[in-house]
Design a protein around this ligand. Structure first.
Ligand code: PEP
Ligand code: MG
Length: 893
């Protein structure tokens, strides 16, 4: 939607960088998130639909972009040309709306200045409240609203402005406050009297002089100017950049700045402030869910300094504002067709809406809300599908404790159930340590008094987060819930000592590295290491997934190497097996590994035949189990593709040789000679895939025989068997042709012997770039393609799959790569090969079935790409199947 016509005297529409919202009118609307940020667009929308929003204006993200560009070009930290005049114009509108003036002691107007990008980044950027106060204005405010209130606002402003705009550490102000409370023997800030607050203001102002060597800037317009620039600057702070990188937020212009008339929740017992979700974000229950504090400002709720009351308490103490709030929630849910997250303030019994946005929720909440909203007639199936994110399903599939009733005697503390799921890990006390330990492959639980934006890297690295302070909407809770990470917050019985790296929990002292288990669904903190299991799925999820399946066009198959994996995949909705890695069948027992090693070490055809004789029964039994599990569904079995080094024992050479000689009945000398012959400089590019089957056709023959004999046996038991054999690492049609002929010969022989036939297909993996480029020739022989995007990525980039970790962090931090290409498909390069091969393959065989079985088959953005380029299926690990189904449905929408 286009912005409303510009105000008289304002900048022309196309260049406008400041957008006013006020009593019943708005220059912006909810569709303008890119330009106004989420907060600005929704403030404009709430004002537009008639809710009571304190008047204000939004300085656009485009202005921030111009500012950053100017900075980058060495232009210094100044407003882009003309912007300040636009701000002053908009300020005059707010002053008119309010009948008040910034800096006018007789009719004081105070402002809040808040960041707000197009994508929510909770707590990452800066905010200044109570802007406009100085020694003159505070007296004016005192006359209208009382001296205690005025000076409390003034000292809060000095603290916030000093910290955010002037870079003075908040602790320097906090120290003064604490010292005052100790000297007076007070526990709460609210007990400070007027004189105390006046003294504090003087002390806070002195902090400016001592730390900055200058007086606090008392001109309100200068304060506003500096605060807007500070918010622009916070876009590029280290923590904001880190948050964007972790959450893969790219392509934004910057942050908008929302300047808004202050309303006060701290004007006594008829005032207050709160936050709420229109439904319970953890469970999805249809009931307002929030927190409320009487006589407080917003930061008191979010910071966890004071423990808020449940929202219900407001019904009693402020019935009229509460009724209006309930009504507003209904209006907003209906208008946005979404569960909303709302911030509000009540000033002397009058309700003001400060913010609304779609509420973050857990996986469980997301599915229930989507299903309920369909049942309430608020949305249709398609909107419900769009409402649940693939990562929400990821959360539903997250670990829970295996036996929740078994650990009650080990519970040593309880906090708030801030983000559900279970986590087990070793405790650390610093975000940095969490990241380091995580990089060493350890599971860690980050234990903090409370978290702040600086901790996000460590929170992300941890499997769970435990905090001593803060409510359900505290930083830790909101961030963890967004990631679906287990979090127990506000666990007030623990005492964290960061310096000593210890935490005292229920009388026990725990040290860095000790094991803890957390139940984020109950808030329990449990000593030691509990076993985890995967959760069962709810009836709502079943309903929701049935809508997903109505819409999606891509089939979703599972990568499964055992009957158990096959069943797990099928239970999660897999429509067949897209990849059975037969080499993985030999990892499961010592006998199997021994037989496999014997085969690898065989030097003559006879030795190999003997080893294959050992492998055949294993293969056959496994295939039978898998065929039974996948009754009626296709099962794609890939011929052996073992990077040989994966099958060699670990240890020093002597031990390895000794073990191999025990496993293979060969002498040490024979083993050494064979190892030398087999050893490879680049095993991942070496003697693997069809290169093995071509060199030793008896290997392919054994596998084909196991497949067909198992198929016949299971078919005879009354199951429908649909085997598909897939040849790995094909680069030339000749390679494929040779393997196809071995397989067909075996099939004919087995069928003749059994006097029956089974319908089967032979296909090719496309994982060598050359195969993608000559796909038309490959398709003459292959009845289906399956993209092995793991190897295709390896060979397209030339990055070793096994060694990318050595340089990936550097590449990511320098922006050379946005993602790990082995996790998120590189659509431009590898994706182009997928496109080319699909087109060329189908050119020579129009009914060619095309799928993908690399790790990207379960990654939502990659699945969307595969749907777009017309693949028939994706295949992924069992617990990613529902995610891939949802991503496929969303792609179809
Ligand atoms: C692939 O390369 O994408 C693939 C599925 O095969 P593997 O990972 O077994 O090499
Ligand atoms: Mg491969």
């Amino acid at each position: 939607m286009a912005p409303a016509a510009h105000r008289d005297g304002g900048a022309p529409e196309t260049e406008r960088r400041v957008f006013h919202f006020g009593k019943g009118r708005s220059d912006g609307n909810k569709a303008m998130k890119d330009l106004l940020g989420g907060k600005g667009a929704n403030l404009a929308e709430m004002a537009r639909i008639g809710l009571s929003v304190p008047p204000g204006f939004t300085v656009s993200t485009e202005a921030c972009r111009q500012y950053q560009q100017q900075l980058g070009g060495g232009g210094g930290a100044a407003m882009p040309p003309g912007l300040w005049d636009e701000v002053l114009d908009a300020l005059r509108c707010v002053e008119r709306d309010m009948g008040a003036g910034l800096g006018d002691p007789r009719r004081p107007l105070l402002l809040s200045v808040r960041s707000g990008a197009a994508v929510s980044m909770p707590g990452m950027m800066d905010t200044v409240l109570n802007l406009g106060l100085n020694d003159g204005v505070v007296d004016g405010l005192a006359e209208r609203s009382g001296r205690r209130f005025a000076f409390d606002s003034y000292r809060r402003f000095l603290d916030m402005f000093g910290n955010v705009v002037m870079g003075i550490p908040h602790e320097l102000f906090e120290e003064k406050l604490e010292a005052m409370k100790v000297a007076k023997g007070l526990r709460n800030d609210t007990e400070l009297n007027v004189k105390d607050l006046e003294d504090l203001v003087a002390e806070y102002k002195n902090v400016y002089v001592v730390t900055k060597g200058e007086q606090f800037p008392s001109d309100p317009k200068r304060q506003l100017h500096l605060a807007i620039l500070a918010v622009f600057d916070s876009w590029d702070s280290t923590r904001a950049k880190k948050y964007r990188s972790i959450n893969r937020i790219t392509g934004l212009k910057g942050t908008a700045v929302n300047v808004q008339c202050m309303v006060f929740g701290n004007m006594g017992s008829t005032s207050g402030t709160g936050v709420l979700f229109t439904r319970n974000p953890s469970t999805g229950e249809k009931k307002l869910y929030g927190e409320f504090l009487v006589n407080a400002q917003g930061e008191d709720v979010v910071s966890g300094n004071r423990t808020p009351q449940e929202l219900d308490a407001m019904k009693e103490c402020m019935p009229e504002p509460y009724a209006e709030l309930v009504e507003n929630c209904k209006i907003l849910e209906k208008h946005y067709k979404e569960m909303m997250d709302i911030e509000f303030t009540v000033q002397e019994n009058r309700l003001w809406m400060l913010q609304c946005r779609t509420g973050k929720r857990t996986g469980k909440g997301a599915v229930k809300i989507a299903v309920d909203m369909v049942n309430e007639g608020l949305i249709d199936h398609r909107s419900a599908i769009k409402m649940v994110e693939p990562r929400h399903l990821d959360q539903l599939l997250h670990p829970q404790f295996e036996n929740p009733s078994s650990y009650k005697d080990k519970v040593i503390a309880a906090g708030l159930p801030a983000s559900p799921g279970a986590a087990v890990g070793q405790i650390v006390f610093a975000a940095f340590d969490a990241e380091t330990w995580h990089s060493e492959g350890k599971s860690v639980i980050l234990v903090r008094t409370e978290t702040s934006a600086e901790d996000v890297g460590g929170m992300h690295a941890a499997v769970g987060i435990l905090t001593a302070r803060g409510g359900m909407t505290s930083h830790a809770a909101v961030v963890a819930r967004g990631w679906g990470k287990c979090c127990v917050a506000g666990c007030s019985s623990i005492h964290v000592n960061d310096a000593e790296k210890v935490v005292v929990v229920g009388g026990k002292v725990l040290y860095e590295g000790d094991w803890l288990s957390l139940n984020g669904s109950t808030g329990e903190v449990i000593l030691g290491k509990l076993p985890l299991s995967l959760p069962t799925l709810s009836a709502d999820l079943g309903t929701f997934m049935s809508w997903v399946d109505e819409v999606k066009q891509l089939k979703v198959m599972v990568n499964a190497d055992t009957p158990a994996d096959a069943l797990a995949g099928r239970k999660n909705g897999a429509e067949g097996i897209g990849l059975c890695r037969t080499e993985h069948m030999f990892f499961s027992s010592d006998e199997r590994i021994k037989a496999m090693r014997q085969m690898i070490m065989a030097d003559t055809a006879e030795q190999r035949q003997e080893a294959l004789g050992l492998l055949l029964p294993y293969q056959k039994t496994d295939f039978e189990g898998i065929f039974r599990a996948m009754d009626g569904l296709p099962v794609t079995i890939r011929l052996l593709d073992p990077p040989l080094h994966e099958f060699l024992p670990e240890g020093n050479v002597e031990d390895v040789v000794h073990m191999l000689s025990c496993h293979t009945n060969s002498t040490h000398e024979e083993i050494l000679a064979r190892v030398e012959k087999l050893s490879e400089v680049n095993p991942m590019l070496g003697f693997r895939g069809c290169r093995l089957g071509i060199s030793y056709p008896e290997l392919t023959a054994m596998q084909a025989r196991a497949v067909f004999e198992a198929a016949i046996a299971v078919n005879d038991q009354g199951f429908q068997v649909l085997p598909e054999i897939m040849v790995p690492l094909v680069g030339t049609p000749q390679e494929l042709g040779q393997q196809v002929s071995v397989i067909r010969q075996v099939a004919d022989k087995v069928f003749a012997h059994a006097e029956t036939t089974i319908t089967y297909r032979i296909g090719s993996m496309i994982e060598v770039p050359r195969a993608a480029l000559i796909a038309d020739e490959i398709a003459e022989l292959a009845e289906f393609f399956s993209f092995g995007t793991n190897d295709l990525t390896q060979m397209t980039f030339g990055y070793s799959r096994d060694d990318i970790g050595k340089f990936l962090p550097t590449y990511m931090s320098q922006g050379i790569l946005q993602h790990d290409p082995f996790e998120v498909l590189d659509q431009k390069g590898v994706g182009e090969l997928v496109k080319i091969a699909t087109e060329r393959g189908r050119r020579s065989r129009p009914d060619l079935k095309v799928g993908i079985c690399g790790e990207h088959g379960g990654e939502p953005s990659s699945v969307a790409f595969f749907a777009k380029v017309g693949l028939d299926y994706v295949s992924c690990s069992p617990f990613r199947v529902p995610i891939a189904r949802l991503a496929a449905a969303q792609a179809a929408l």
